[in-house]
Design a protein around this ligand. Structure first.
Ligand code: ADP
Ligand code: MG
Length: 330
């Protein structure tokens, strides 16, 4: 059984033209790093929050999202507590948003431990020092006495990771954990997450809009567009042979980790808002391969293709063109 098992998860708000999430399926096993990639507004954060049983207020939710076998759709208070305090934890993009500027790092960490575990002050203190050491803080005892503004963004993100580890989670939901950091710090935080994953056999769900970062740091990738998974494959395969035009567009449009910026060819148009819907493939209006009368008729199903799964009506033809050199892809 996978640690995180999302199965036909749909989340819809009344009055919107389309659901926020539409039959999303994904899994994360222990020891695995899985990326969820897509442009802003595609539904990545809603997916991650669902794994803690946090659904948008008033949303109509169907399907399943199981964390260590507990289904968060329809979970009772005790089950929610089990998942949130002992199985799954989340870290966010902006560490400064998650911590009060007027409280010391030590108080922030020990308070969470004491609330969740009912620990004594001394025991929580010792544990907080241990956690700060585990995330590579060089002088934990001194850092305990510091205020957030005395730490860099990278150091503060380490504190947030320490806090997330407090409940000994097995699933870490990382929502754009390095987006607010400079490139060097980004690499350090990714290395730390990788180290913690190995040491603790964590399952990591890594959310990012940066597909090259995902390809470089994850085992498998899910690509999301307008609330649907449009492609999934092993990171290497997906990077070398993107099958969905949207995935290919993301790869063309994100600045490469090393190399010139010349490859920048943004996907034309804007992602679909919740006020818009399309009878066919949601990406068709922006897709240079879209075929009228076909791609705009019914949504494509996510079906096995190569080593992964792809939701594209034209996947066979496009893959054919991809593999025969000299052939124009249209
Ligand atoms: N609590 C909410 N209430 C209403 N709409 C929401 C809520 N949370 C997210 N949305 C909408 O759902 C869509 C997906 O949001 P989100 O998951 O945050 O996107 P991403 O993380 O991929 O940028 C967006 O259109 C967003 O405005
Ligand atoms: Mg988000």
């Amino acid at each position: 059984m996978a640690l995180l098992e999302v199965d036909a998860l749909s989340v819809a708000l009344p009055g919107m033209a389309r659901p926020i999430l539409d039959h999303v399926a994904l899994t994360v096993a222990a020891g695995e790093t899985v990326a969820l990639v897509g442009e802003s507004g595609s539904g990545k954060s809603v997916t991650a929050r669902s794994a803690l049983g946090l659904f948008p207020t008033g949303a109509d939710v169907s399907g399943h999202i199981r964390v260590d076998g507990i289904d968060l759709v329809g979970a009772d208070a005790a089950q929610l507590r089990t998942v949130r305090t002992g199985v799954a934890a989340m870290i966010f993009q902006d560490p400064r948003a998650g911590i009060s500027p007027v409280r010391r790092i030590g108080d922030f960490l020990t308070e969470a431990l004491r609330l969740a575990g009912g620990w004594s002050k001394a025991r929580a203190n010792a544990r907080a020092v241990e956690l700060l050491a585990a995330v590579g803080m060089p002088d934990p005892a001194r850092h305990m006495r510091q205020f957030p503004h005395e730490l860099s963004g990278g150091m503060l993100q380490r504190v947030m990771i320490a806090a997330a580890l407090g409940g000994e989670p097995r699933l870490l939901l990382c929502d754009e954990p390095t987006t607010a950091l400079d490139v060097a710090t980004q690499a350090e935080i990714l290395a730390l997450l990788g180290q913690l994953r190995r040491e603790r056999d964590l399952g990591l769900l890594m959310i990012t809009h940066d597909i090259e970062l995902a390809a470089a740091s994850c085992d498998r990738i899910y690509v999301m567009y307008a609330g649907r998974i449009v492609e999934t494959a092993g990171a290497g395969d997906l990077f070398a042979t993107p099958r969905h035009p949207y995935t290919a567009g993301l790869l063309g449009s994100s600045p490469p980790l090393d190399g010139p910026l010349e490859r920048l060819t943004p996907i034309p148009g804007a992602p679909m808002s919740l006020m818009e819907s399309a009878p066919g493939c949601a990406f068709a209006p922006r897709c240079r391969f879209a075929e009228p009368g076909r791609c705009d008729q019914a949504p494509p199903a996510l079906e096995p293709h190569g080593s992964g799964r792809v939701a594209c009506h034209r996947v066979d033809e496009l893959a054919l063109a991809h593999s025969s050199p000299g052939t124009e892809d249209r």
